[in-house]
Design a protein around this ligand. Structure first.
Ligand code: EPZ
Length: 420
């Protein structure tokens, strides 16, 4: 059943919120769990539809999944005996490409449907393939599937032409049981990569350098059981920080790793917002007058592309001209047309959006087209005069757990309406 959100306008966030486990870590940890025949326990998993879809895929391969408690799963990959998940399941979830690395790493075989593009532009996986090929895998593309076969994977030196989170993680997954040493150069440095490396090292892998641009993996024969808790979701945390700033609110975001939010905190301070950090929390206090600023998305520790739409909405409130440059994805500006329906004054020149801020937004009917743009529309609705309706919220549910209730927890009204 399709659903929409009704967002009441001119509200401000107040109160405390505890952040959930990171989607973009969990989506890699679940496939990584298949690298061992032992049982793996994962805690602090977010309850989002992308995880549900990935669990269906993992079960389809023969793994069993038990849930001993809230946000906690036990994955038993001992009985995995298939290397090709059904494309009907895989096509719904881009991150299923991590099964290439984990099935190749465990069995020397994987047959995965080519992941589709999406609203962010083309999503090639040439760097993933470059790594697998360098380790000796044979790569065939037929009927929309990638077929990977390798007798014995061998460690290799791999230089990534593009700083890629997915390729860095996927190569790590394939390399942990390969013969010899693999070095990934120009690796991505995102915290989720470090979380996956820590998880794998807990299983007995030998990975050094995760979080830097050179990662060294010494192959081992076997991996064993491990219990692991997913790191907090820096993008969910940033979403509520920016929402607090955009509504001149006052919010304590708890259960975070403040270092992971450095680029967001720095930009919010530039805009005139007060951000104070504790050991595991960030407090955000809005300001009556926001200042325009320039934002450029870059790989971590640069400003995260996943918070670019949210930052654009915030800058609509800052009188003056702000620039938002998207350096990661070719087409991550789909949200601009929808924001223009609310009176947003944005012009696009290549990869840079020129924002004329300081003009009030008015409510409108918006259609979410991707996960993060949809979340940014909620923030815009909270700022606008009148009530905004956001349809297609299935995209938002992919990566945000019960987001309407989470916003209600910090004092604002966002209602889910099941479309009849
Ligand atoms: C991950 O996607 C995240 N998804 C994305 O979050 C995030 O935006 C992105 O990293 C960048 O941080 C998950 O972790 C599931 P990339 P990924 O490979 O791994 C190009 C969200 O909203 N590239 O780092 O697919 C690519 O086209 C999602 O939570 C190649 O050219 O991103 C892009 O321009 C959206 N060849 C750039 O690199 C390749 O082989 C970065 O992509 C791989 C990537």
């Amino acid at each position: 059943m399709a659903a929409s959100f009704l967002v009441k306008g001119q509200q401000r966030l107040t109160g405390k919120i505890t952040i959930n486990g990171a989607k973009n870590s969990a989506l890699a940890l679940l496939p990584a769990a298949l690298l061992t025949e032992d049982k793996v326990k994962l805690d602090n998993l977010p309850c989002i539809t992308d995880i549900d879809k990935l669990l269906d895929i993992i079960r389809s391969l023969g793994a069993s999944v038990d849930s001993p408690g809230d946000r906690c799963l036990c994955i038993d990959g001992g009985n995995v005996d298939r290397f090709s998940p059904p494309d009907t399941l895989v096509n719904q979830l881009r991150a299923s490409y991590y099964l290439m690395g984990s099935l190749l790493g465990r069995f020397g075989r994987a047959e995965i449907p080519l992941p589709g593009g999406c609203d962010l532009g083309p999503r090639p996986i040439d760097q993933h393939i470059k790594g697998f090929s360098a380790m000796g895998a044979k790569v065939e593309m037929e009927h929309g599937f990638i077929k990977l076969t390798a007798g014995e994977l061998r460690g290799a030196n791999i230089y990534l032409d593009v700083v890629s989170v997915g390729a860095t993680i996927n190569i790590m997954l394939a390399a942990v049981k390969a013969e010899g040493r693999t070095v990934i150069e120009n690796a991505a440095r995102e915290p989720e990569i470090v979380d996956v490396a820590n998880f794998l090292n807990g299983m007995g892998a030998q990975i050094r350098g995760a979080g830097t641009d050179v990662i060294k993996i010494q192959g081992v024969k076997n991996l064993h059981a491990v219990e692991h808790s997913v790191i907090p979701d820096r993008i969910e945390a940033g979403t509520f920080m920016i929402a607090a700033a955009a509504t001149n609110g006052e919010v304590m975001v708890e259960g975070v790793i403040p270092r992971h939010l450095e680029p967001v905190s720095a930009k919010l301070k530039e805009v005139g917002v007060t951000v104070e950090a504790g050991p595991d929390f960030l407090s955000v206090k809005g300001a009556d007058l926001l200042l325009p600023c320039d934002v450029k998305t870059f790989p971590y520790p640069g400003f995260p592309t996943d918070l670019q739409p949210h930052m654009m909405v915030l800058l609509l409130k800052a009188p003056g001209v702000s620039l938002v440059t998207e350096n990661i994805f070719e087409r991550r500006f789909g949200h601009i047309d929808e924001l223009r329906k609310m009176g947003a004054r944005i012009t696009l020149e290549g990869r840079t959006a020129i924002i004329e801020g300081g003009h009030n937004l008015t409510s409108a009917s918006l259609r979410a087209m991707d996960l993060r743009g949809g979340a940014a529309f909620i923030i815009a609705g909270l700022m606008a005069a009148g009530d905004t309706v956001i349809s297609n919220v299935k995209y938002i549910d992919r990566g945000y757990e019960r987001i309407e209730e989470r916003f209600q927890d910090v004092g604002v009204t966002v209602e889910r309406m099941e479309d009849c």
